[in-house]
Design a binder for this molecule. Sequence first.
Ligand code: ATP
Length: 438
Amino acid sequence: MADLMEAVTSLAKRRGIAFQSSEIYGGLRSSWDYGPLGTEIKRNVREQWWRSTVQLRDDVVGLDASVIMSPKVWEASGHLEVFTDPLVECLNCHQRSRADELPVPAACPNCGQTAFTQPRNFHLMFKTNMGPIEDAENTVYLRPETAQGMFVDFATIQQVSRKKVPFGIAQIGRSFRNEITPGNFIFRQREFEQMELEFFVEPGTDEGWHDFWIDERMRWWTDLGLSEEHVRIREHDADELSHYSKRTVDIEYRFPFTDWGELEGIANRTDFDLKAHQTASGEDLTYFDQEKNERYHPYVIEPAAGVDRAVLAFLLDAYREEEAPTAKGGTEKRTYLALDRRLAPTKVAVLPLSRNERLAPEVRRVFDLVKSEWMCDFDDAGSIGRRYRRQDEVGTPFCVTVDFDSLDDAQVTVRERDSMGQDRLPIDGLVDYLTERL
Ligand code: ATP
């Protein structure tokens, strides 16, 4: 497709999936708002992650920690010292870039000149004040990752959940990074959402568990519809590893604006964080293994994915344009999102064939039946063909049409999105029919 990114971004804007934040004021760079359909897609992504990571496992529990934590957390974790990116400024046009993202040989992405300032370490954490006084004493930070909540609360959660190692703590929430070069729609923002699991294991078993989680997470992405040729695993080079990591693997997606871009990082964080917080806080953050009668700091395997990048990858992978037959025997361009049904924002659309009042009670009855089961839409505006196209474009798997025959035979027509195949079936059997397929 000529420009897939352009097509998806403009569809997202046109249908209100995601668009610039504060648009009436000219927008705020790198901030995006998710409209009604985008909100549903995001909810579905989170729901699928939670289901596979927490609900279907008996060894992972959830957490919802604060965005603003004690500043001591960031001192102990090393973020205050090293959570920086190398910033350079073009000597010609003054555009700022990340030195590690410049092309080789380095040339300004804006003007093409090759002279830059020396790189300086630019700190990525957002700083603010807690309470009315703006001084160093009251400086706090917006978290740049959700992970520290799991480390700081490790002992409490282990006790209250009575889990034995190996076990994990999962969290979904907002993180904030003052990125030097945000962009590519929702790919790189300064405020975004993460889905992170900290899985605590006995030292010595960490490498096996790391491989286990790499496989699990790859399966999650492809099971939800990313095609296998568009995802890959990339091993971090030694000089690229974060300060806490023994080994990191990225799951990357073939985003159209770059060769490959990170969807998720899966790191072996060792016992770095628990030890660092124990030293800084003076609290005991070891685990007591009753069977072996020994105490140790567990190692941690961390799969960390982004909700927004997930939404973008799923949209890009699902986007289809094709020539479809029209009722009049010709063809026309059809755009549809072949989203996995679990991710589709609206599962069923109810479309009365006409606005005639005679149809209204039956239409109401059908809509009431389905809306208690799934997110549904009701649309009676325009020709039926146009209404199908509107639903296709946002990935609605099923459209249910109520027509005048429905009044006599108590049946409706169900149309499936990808095949455009239609089935006629009794209204009484509609919920069962859809349940089987959703
Ligand atoms: P990158 O190299 O792209 O800056 P990262 O390696 O810093 O990413 P991690 O710290 O591993 O990212 O964060 C885990 C996940 O959180 C990423 O895989 C990504 O999906 C998401 N993420 C990180 N930064 C952003 C951002 N600025 N905007 C949107 N999502 C992000």
